[in-house]
Design a binder for this molecule. Structure first.
Ligand SMILES: CC(C)(COP(=O)(O)OP(=O)(O)OC[C@H]1O[C@@H](n2cnc3c(N)ncnc32)[C@H](O)[C@@H]1OP(=O)(O)O)[C@@H](O)C(=O)NCCC(=O)NCCS
Length: 406
């Protein structure tokens, strides 16, 4: 084997590197038509690869976005959208070299955090990523799901044709904006792959419905239906899968759910990766009509500039706590941070709670509590009084959610 070299790729190397990613994820490399559709979503910029001679054998890519954090600010962020090593080159440290270099590259670009969706939960903790956002998979039994009379009902829903959907959905997502912690902006380059995957097939036909409230269009849902009727069954069993449901406010979300639940012939709705606090059970007369079929790590987060990221979110009123952070891959983050309702600053004071970068990421958006993580042995506690204070400082009203696949 030649000596491996990690470097940014050039324009001419994009398709081979994309093919490597597809193969590692057990998909087919793109043919000419597919490449034409996805290549705009796969720029050379921000893609690193490991080369064995001239052949790419590993890759890590990201796109620039911004992410909402508690308190309402959005921070410049890297969305890590591709990580792969060729099957005959794994377990030789290639992804370690790539992700270490990618972290430094993102820091140089000014990203304050990085985020990703993990194919396996055992890979990214060592690189300082923590499962910062959970998501639930929902199953709704339509025949039992009757909306309560007091469930808000305003606005109307209309179905769009494909061209209208392709034009309207990005505009609507932009208008809705990343309004809850964990949501990201979807840059222009993100949309062609989405259209390719969702609206123009790839798993079947999708339909798009838009909700209009008192101030105009304020939500949409992309969904897919399939008839899963058994050959010996005379009943239709249509299963409706929600692929993307975004709403500017609870009323718009409820309007869209009302539309889906009321659709004729649909036996069951499946909605993966929904917010953990989606209030559907409170909306129906029989709360058991809404079932959680899974709770998954939805989004992993990595603080790249811990000081700036900690200072950017808000904290609740509670006694100040000094957090000690150990960050082996980005040692400039290692140190102590004093966090209070007034914000976060670096300090020389002794740490009351000590943790690694992945654990701090789990706390950051408010998904986990310090007490729970200390109980699990993930936080070293020098001062037990700091735990309830830390729980209160980081507490959030709305659970984090991403809602964008990348
Ligand atoms: C997952 C993958 C990227 C790892 O690449 P790699 O170059 O083999 O990883 P490295 O050799 O740098 O290993 C780094 C560490 O992670 C561990 N590791 C690597 N892959 C792992 C896996 N799938 N599960 C658990 N641990 C894994 C290694 O044992 C090693 O541990 P150590 O530091 O304690 O020795 C590669 O196996 C791959 O491409 N898999 C298929 C595609 C995929 O899952 N991509 C991720 C998309 S999110």
């Amino acid at each position: 084997m030649n000596e491996l070299k990690v470097r940014a790729i050039n324009e001419g190397e994009r398709r081979a590197v994309y093919g490597l990613l597809a193969e590692a994820l057990h998909a087919s490399p793109p043919d000419d038509t597919n490449w034409e559709r996805v290549e705009r979503s796969f720029p050379a910029d921000r893609t690193l690869a490991a080369f064995d001679g001239a052949t790419p054998v590993g890759m890590a890519s990201s796109f620039a976005t911004s992410i909402a954090v508690p308190g309402g600010k959005t921070l410049p962020a890297a969305a890590v959208d591709g990580v792969a090593v060729r099957a005959d080159h794994t377990r030789r440290g290639i992804v370690t070299s790539l992700l270490t270099e990618q972290l430094r590259d993102c820091v140089r670009r000014g990203d304050l955090v990085a985020a990703l969706h993990a194919s396996e939960a055992t890979i990214y903790g060592r690189f300082g990523y923590g499962p910062a956002v959970l998501g639930q998979s929902l199953r709704i039994v339509n025949s039992r799901a009757v909306l309560r009379p007091e469930a808000p009902s305003s606005g109307r829903v209309r179905l769009l044709d494909e061209d209208e959907a392709i034009g309207l959905v990005p505009k609507l997502y932009r208008r809705i904006g990343p309004h809850r912690p964990g949501m990201i902006e979807r840059p222009d380059l993100w949309w062609p792959a989405y259209h390719n995957r969702l609206v123009r097939g790839g798993g079947g036909e999708h339909r798009v419905a838009v909700h209009t409230g008192p101030d105009g269009e304020d939500g949409y849902v992309v969904f897919h239906t399939s008839n899963q009727q058994a050959p010996d069954d005379s009943q239709f069993k249509v299963v409706l899968e929600v692929r993307d449901l975004q709403a500017a406010d609870p009323a718009a979300a409820i309007g869209l759910w009302r539309f889906l639940i009321g659709m004729d012939l649909v036996a069951e709705i499946r909605a993966p990766a929904r917010p953990v606090d989606e209030p559907l059970r409170a909306l129906v007369t029989d709360l058991r009509a809404v079932q959680t079929t899974g709770l998954e790590d939805h989004n992993w987060l990595r603080l790249l500039d811990a000081g700036a990221a900690l200072a950017a979110r808000t904290y609740r009123e509670a006694p100040p706590v000094v957090f000690g952070l150990e960050d082996k891959l980005l040692p400039e983050n290692t140190g102590a941070y004093r966090i209070s309702a007034d914000g976060a600053t670096k300090t020389e004071a002794p740490a009351q709670l000590r943790m690694t970068a992945d654990v701090l990421a789990m706390l950051y958006l408010g998904e986990w509590t310090a007490s729970a993580l200390a109980g699990a042995g993930r936080i070293t506690v020098a001062d037990p009084a700091a735990l309830p204070a830390a729980d209160e400082l980081f507490r959030v009203g709305v659970r984090p959610w991403c809602g964008t696949y990348f």
